[in-house]
Structures are given as structure tokens and as C-alpha cells.
Design a protein around this ligand. Sequence first.
Ligand SMILES: Nc1ncnc2c1ncn2[C@@H]1O[C@H](COP(=O)(O)OP(=O)(O)OP(=O)(O)O)[C@@H](O)[C@H]1O
Length: 627
Amino acid sequence: MSGSFDEEAISEGMSTPFHGTPVSLGDPILQWSDLTYEVKTKAGKPTEWKTIMSKGTGVACTGETIAIIGSSGAGKTTLLNALSGRTEGGRLSGSILYHGAKRHPGSFKRTTAYVQQDDLMHPLLTVHETLTYAAKLRLPNSQYSEQEKQERVQSVMRHLRLNGAKDTPIGDAKTRGVSGGERKRVSVGMELLTSPRLLFLDEPTSGLDSNSSQLVVELVKGISKDRGIATLVTIHQPSARIFNLFDKVILLSQGRVVYFGPVSESIQYFAKIGHQCPVHENPADYFVNIMTLDYRSDATLAESKKQIAALADTFARHVAEPNASLAEKQSLVRSYGEQDTSQVVVKNGWLYEYATLANRDWTNTLRNIPFIIGQIVQAIFMGVLIGFMYFYLKDDSLSVMNRMGVLFIITVMTTFPVVMPMMSLYVDERDIMVRERASATFRISSFYVSKATIFLPIALVSNTIMFVGIYFIAHLAFDVAKFFIALAIFYGVIMVSIAFTLMIGSAVETMEMGAMIAPAVLTIQLLFGGLLSNPSTITPVLRWICWVNPVFHTFAALAQNELGGLTFTCPPGTQCYATGEQVLMSYSLMRFNVWQSVLFMIMLGAVNYAIGYVFLRWKAKPKYLWL
Ligand SMILES: Nc1ncnc2c1ncn2[C@@H]1O[C@H](COP(=O)(O)OP(=O)(O)OP(=O)(O)O)[C@@H](O)[C@H]1O
């Protein structure tokens, strides 16, 4: 099923309907009527509802590009969200039919596309890589070979004129990348890879200069026409040239439709009802002006409200006329009952998804030079600093405090320094994933496991450097078995830290929340970690915190491994520890043996991973109202 857009325009976009009924350009694809959306204005009882959108009615046909225009707060996004199935909260009523049938959430998502206003993409990937990974994840292997996916990417880049920026990174506020217009075209391109039948674009021209805006709309219109896609675009006061590019326009004010019909007939329609657009004025500006509330005084506000109500009522009467084109179109759409989902494409295999996501994560991580350098420099610096702070520990009793100190600080280094930078990366990527998942791109589990496995090598490499530095400079137990046991304990706690990162990172709404919660929990772990307070002296009500604490188990296991079998010299005339076991007893670190502590950490890591996964599923689960 490969080929360029042009071939598919004929073979796929227009002749592969859901119900076996031939669809050609101009056929109704999405029909909505009496769409009303209300939100609660008051908590508690009695509940008061405010109407945001009232009795919206319309139809989108194949190959049409429809603009949704209105002043700020007119209800454009509300309408687009309702039609694309992305309304959250409130009360939505009315009817929406897709291919003449009630929509099925899964198949609707997979055969339609939504380009958000703020495009979230991986900033370090190039345009070509971004589209390639999207093609790998979104196109089913059962229908596309890798070469065909690549051909699809090339086709999208050619049609959206992205070849010039092919190898430029996407970029973001911190890293320079493609221009705003190119970025928007990449977002559109990602959605077009799957040959959607309906395309929703939320403010695609915001923040763009007039030339870039025009190019985006021109290209979208061309592709929609070629491929028989119905495209709905919200747009703030477009220029006259852009306005005339659209086939149809929905003019909204105060949540009501003031006009819906061909752009070419809009001036005539308004002239007929007494609002003649001056010859040299941009019609879009004129229409928005006459349907915007005028807040200059109470009198002008009342007057403009009256005018908007009159415009909406007039249009409602116009639609009800038997010869209105909108009514004609709607009568063509019959309800077929529940939408047939048999032809909806299933996802790719788990392993393929995982391999693609891990490859993308790895490419992203290796390009994040400041992060990698930061991790390595920090590891070397801390390894040397801590190592020399505890330089060449002797076997006298004075070294006991230092030995306990260095083992505790090794444990501490696997908490904050591992968790905080990784959480920041994770939360960013999680948000991108939630967007990607809105079009049913891949499984949450493949994303989650990919993250867990990609973080591990980065954390292990930098922390091993630090660990080895501290171990040998401070001259901890010079014994091969003890060294490798200490390293294994250390790796165990790093795994727990990554699991903890994923758990908190999945649970919190924003990184700011993560930056409050994670340090608080880690600080509690340090307090109950076995060095700052003796577990046997802690009140039994709180003592259990030690037993479920990875810091305590790591510290206790490292201490048992290091001090077990050690004897200390004692200056004459002083009282001091004679053996390592005495130290361990007095610090109350012998409750569990080394392997019990390691086993506990493995269990704790597994629990953290599992809770993180549940949180992530919950976060990625759409909470949309559905009609
Ligand atoms: N959940 C909500 N609670 C209260 N008011 C809401 C809610 N959602 C939307 N509104 C209000 O409904 C109106 C329409 O909002 P909407 O975002 O659809 O407007 P818009 O035309 O897209 O505006 P803009 O162009 O500024 O984005 C606005 O006045 C908005 O404040």
C-alpha cells in the first residue's frame, strides 16, 4: 500500500469508505447537529450551568477545508474539541455522525488527526527523524514495509516542502531549530502519514508571519483536496488572502453559529441580511467586527449582544429554509447505527514498538550533550572530592566515623543526583507521549519499558565512575569479593532510584510538583537511612520507615559488607570499637543480612515500577466526553 499522495488520493482517500459505500469528493463525512456544551459555574448545589456552545450544526465533506472563525472566546476551540472528541469536563449534548454513523472512539481516533496549537515534539530529533519515527510507530507493519514507510515520509516532506529542512533539528526554546512555519508543517506531516479522513487543526497560523501562515494553509488545502480529507481549522482573523483559500467558513460568536457556508457566498449572505462588507475591507475582519461584543459602554455592550443574537437567529432561520445548501448536505447523511470498526488498523507488535521507542530515546539521549557531560563531570568531580575527603581510611578506631560517613554519602549520591535530572527529562517526554497516544499510536507499556531501560545505562555509567573513584581513593575494603558485592548493592539502589523517578514522574502533573514531592520523600529516606538516627532509638510508630526504606537497606548492606570482619586498633587508654561487628551492632544495622537487603531493594524497585505504570496509564487515559 505504498505510493505518493497523488496516487492515494484516488486509490485510498476517496474510495475506501467505512461501509463499502463509495465516497467521492464533496461527500459528507462528519455531520453534527444541535451540539451544545455547558460548563458548571458554581461548585455545590444547586448546580448552575453556563452554555459555552449552543445548538451548533454543520457538516464537513471530503476534500473541503473549513475555517472556524470568531473573536477570542467565541467558542472555536470548544467546537473543534467537541468534533474531534477531545472535550474534557462539562456537559456535551447533540449528535455527531462520522461516515453517517455513531462514532466509535478507537476507530475514530485512528482515522482522524488532530494538530494541536502548541506542537510538542522531541527537540533534538531532525525533521526527517521525527517523521520517520512517527511513520514507524503509526503505520502498521501488516500493511507497510519499512521501505514503504520511508517512501511515505519522503512523500510527506515533498508535499509539505520540508526537504530543505530535512536534517535540521526541531528545536525548542533552549535549542535552535526549524522555523515556526516548518515546525507547524512537521506537526501536520506527522498527522498526514496515516492518511486520515478528517484533519483538525487548532490555530495552525498562530505565531507565524503572514507568508508562513499562507503557506501552511495553502499546503493543507492542497493536500486535503488531493486526498479527499475533510479539514477543520480554527483561525483568528485571517488575512483576506488566507480567508479566500478556505472552501467554507463557520463564523462563531458567543458559542452560536452566525454563518456556515461557502466562503464565496459569505459576503453575499451578509449583504442580504443588511451587513454589506466594504469593498476594500478584509471580509474576515468585517465579520469578526460585527459579531464581537463591544465593551466600550453598557449601551454598546447591550447593542452588540442584540446584534449577535439577531445574526445567529437569522442564520438558524436560513438553515431551516428548504433550499439551504447546508440542509441539503445534511439530508444526504443517513445514520447507519454504530460505526463499523472492522477495517480499523491494529497496532504494531509490542517488541517492534519497544525497539522503535528505545531507538528514539537513545538517539535523543545521546544528542543531549549538556545532560551527558553534566552527568560525567558531576560523577568525576564528586568521586574525586568525596574520595579525597575520606582519603585512605586506616584501620584505627578513628576511621569508624569516616567509614560510616563515606558509605552513607555513596548511598546519598544515588538519590537526588540520579532522581532529579532524570525526572525532568521523563516528565517532558511523558507529555509528548500523552499527545502521541491521543491518536492511538503505541502502547503505554512499550514507552514505559523503553524509558526504564534507557535511563539505566546512563545512570550506571556515570555512577560507576563516581563509585570506583570514591572506593579506591578512600581505600575501602581491598578485596575483590567485597568490591563486587558493594558494586552490586550500589547498582541495586540505582535501579530503585530509577523506578522511584518513573513513579513520581508518572504521578505528578508538572515537573514543579515533582520538584516538591521527590525531595520531600528523599529527605525522609535519608532521615531514616540508618546514620542520622539509630533505628533502635526511633519510636516504634515510625521505625518501620527504616525497614521499607531503600536508603536504609543500601547503607546497612554496604556497611555490613565493608565492616564485616574488620578489626580496629585502639589508642591506649581509650574506649573504642574493636571489631566491625561491634560498630554494626551499635548502629543497629544487623537486622537484615546483605542479601535480604538486596532482595528487599529488588522488590521495592518492582513495586515502584508497577505503581509508576499504573499512574502513567491513568494519566494517559483520555477523559473525554463522547457523542
Ligand atoms: N471549562 C470552562 N469553564 C468555564 N468557561 C469556559 C470553559 N471552557 C471554555 N470556557 C469559556 O467558553 C468560551 C469559549 O472558549 P473557547 O476556548 O472555545 O474560545 P475560542 O474561540 O477558542 O477563544 P480563543 O480564540 O481565545 O482561544 C470562553 O469564554 C471561555 O472562557
